[in-house]
Design a binder for this molecule. Structure first.
Ligand SMILES: Cc1cc2nc3c(=O)[nH]c(=O)nc-3n(C[C@H](O)[C@H](O)[C@H](O)COP(=O)(O)OP(=O)(O)OC[C@H]3O[C@@H](n4cnc5c(N)ncnc54)[C@H](O)[C@@H]3O)c2cc1C
Length: 458
């Protein structure tokens, strides 16, 4: 521990996790947050996406537990659900027409344990843990103004102002960490100080999200607690997730122009959900009661700010979480990526006892590259295979064969789930042993006359 002061901008998931790892090394960590932070798990203005389905990948929950031992048990004690069945029967995943196998047991179900809770609930419990750290202080109700640079090539602080005031105070800092999410102003603020702005990589998603919190009185008539459906073509996608206190989040996701209508109430939500909710759950869903209004969120696309490509980075400043790279929400990776950013930072500090922005961004770029590639590729329904190169068609064909096999082969399902949950790297899906297994599955299926995939499997 040194005598230094770190300032974290933003108290979302990325800011909270960053503050946790910095508290190991800095004498004082101040978290500046624009919202007045509530002392209960409720939505807040600064995190409008919090009203939409937020599933935490297994790797993300494991890292949260590593950083705050006992955290997951505390979540469950407070009302979160834990899904840890060997056959994963309470999770229904479908990609296009391929529904993952749920009749056999996984070899290592513990690695895929999934914790379900709403985003405000998760953030609230994480915040309580961070607030309990003796060297972390929260300055909520304060807006970030400008970055301050009173030494050459170095950020030395940040100006902040109380939300009801027009005057700014300067917080001097040895390290400023921007975790303000997609609305990050760091590129602009660097520009104002004469530093170069990072180049941006983007992809267009044209995503629209509509969500509603509901209660399902007949929730015991079906087993599933997490339903996630990714699209093929123009079909609706979305999810249904059980949260704390017997509430559920129903989310309809679509691309602008693809939704048949804009849902205004629960009846509209039900109509759109028909496309992806498995038939055996629909009767219970029809008897559900809405607890909130329909909330909308527009997601234009992803942005990766390439700080790793900047030749001259100022010292004393890091950017992480969505402020560094925002991904397509449909993949549910943002919170877990934020935990990986923070543990990368922790590992660097532990190893070298200092912060090296260049090395930090280089390490993050290595983690981000494959995730970004899978986010930025065109959705399956828009993939123009006729003009794609042979390798693109070969990849699409292999992907389809893997998904087809996953419908009744738990080894394949488990491998896909491990990669989707960031337990294993994506390269595991092209490992020769695994591809041989998939090929053997198809040979067996053709010999026994069993081909294709049922649209629903329950
Ligand atoms: C519709 C939708 C669904 C999603 N679903 C999932 C999911 O299922 N799983 C998943 O892992 N991720 C999901 N995500 C992504 C996830 O929300 C983020 O990746 C994750 O929360 C990390 O965000 P963050 O902490 O970097 O930023 P945020 O959560 O956006 O937090 C930024 C914080 O900074 C504060 N702030 C902003 N500007 C200022 C300022 N000038 N001064 C002071 N404070 C400021 C804000 O008030 C806020 O508290 C979803 C996103 C969307 C949009």
């Amino acid at each position: 521990m040194n005598d230094d002061h770190a300032v974290v901008l933003g108290a979302g998931i990325a800011g909270l996790i960053a503050a946790t790892v910095l508290a190991e090394h800095y004498a004082l960590v101040t978290v500046v947050e624009r919202d007045q932070l509530p002392d209960n798990p409720v939505d807040r203005r600064g995190v409008p996406q919090g009203r939409h389905l937020h599933s935490l990948l297994s790797r993300g929950s494991q890292i949260m537990e590593e950083l705050h031992p006992g955290f997951l048990a505390e979540l469950v004690e407070a009302g979160a659900l834990v899904l840890d069945d060997p056959d994963m029967r309470r999770i229904y995943s479908r990609i296009g027409r391929y529904t993952f196998n749920r009749t056999d047991s996984a070899a290592d179900p513990a690695a895929l344990t999934t914790y379900l809770a709403s985003r405000p609930f998760l953030e609230f419990h994480l915040r309580r843990r961070v607030q309990a750290l003796s060297n972390v202080a929260f300055l909520d109700g304060h807006d970030v103004g400008e970055l301050v640079s009173s030494q050459p090539h170095r950020i030395t602080g940040v100006t902040v102002s109380a939300r009801d005031s027009t005057s700014f105070d300067t917080l001097c800092a040895d390290l400023v960490v921007d975790a303000t999410g997609r609305a990050t102003r760091t590129p602009l603020l660097l520009d104002r100080l004469g530093f170069p702005r990072p180049a941006e990589r983007t992809f267009t998603a044209d995503g629209l999200y509509y969500s509603q919190q509901i209660e399902i009185p007949d929730q015991d008539n079906f087993l599933e607690r997490l339903v996630l459906v990714l699209p093929e073509g123009k079909a609706q996608r979305g999810g249904l997730m059980a949260c704390e206190d017997n509430t559920w989040t129903l989310t309809i996701a679509g691309r602008a122009g693809d939704l048949t209508h804009t849902p205004a109430d629960f009846a509209d939500m039900l109509t759109l959900a028909q496309d992806f909710i498995p038939p055996h759950i629909r009767p219970a869903l029809h008897g559900a009661n809405p607890v909130t209004e329909v909330q909308a969120y527009r997601y234009p696309g992803g942005t990766w700010r390439r700080y790793d490509r900047l030749a001259h980075l100022p010292e004393g400043l890091l950017v992480l979480g969505d402020a560094l790279c925002s991904l397509d929400p449909i993949n549910g990776q943002g919170m877990t990526m934020a935990t990986l950013h923070a543990t990368t930072l922790r590992d660097q500090i532990r190893r070298t006892n200092q912060i090296d922005p260049q090395a930090f961004y280089a390490a993050i770029a290595g983690i981000t590259k494959p995730v970004w590639a899978s986010n930025a590729q065109p959705p399956s329904g828009r993939d123009n295979t006729s003009s794609s190169p042979l390798s693109g068609r070969a990849i699409a064909w292999t992907r389809r064969k893997i998904l087809e096999a996953a419908t009744d082969d738990m080894v394949v399902t488990e491998r896909l789930m491990r990669v989707a949950n960031f337990i294993d790297p994506p390269q595991c899906l092209v490992a020769p042993g695994f591809l041989t297994h998939v090929a053997a599955h198809h040979i067996r299926s053709s010999l026994t006359g069993r081909r294709g995939a049922p649209a629903y499997h329950h």
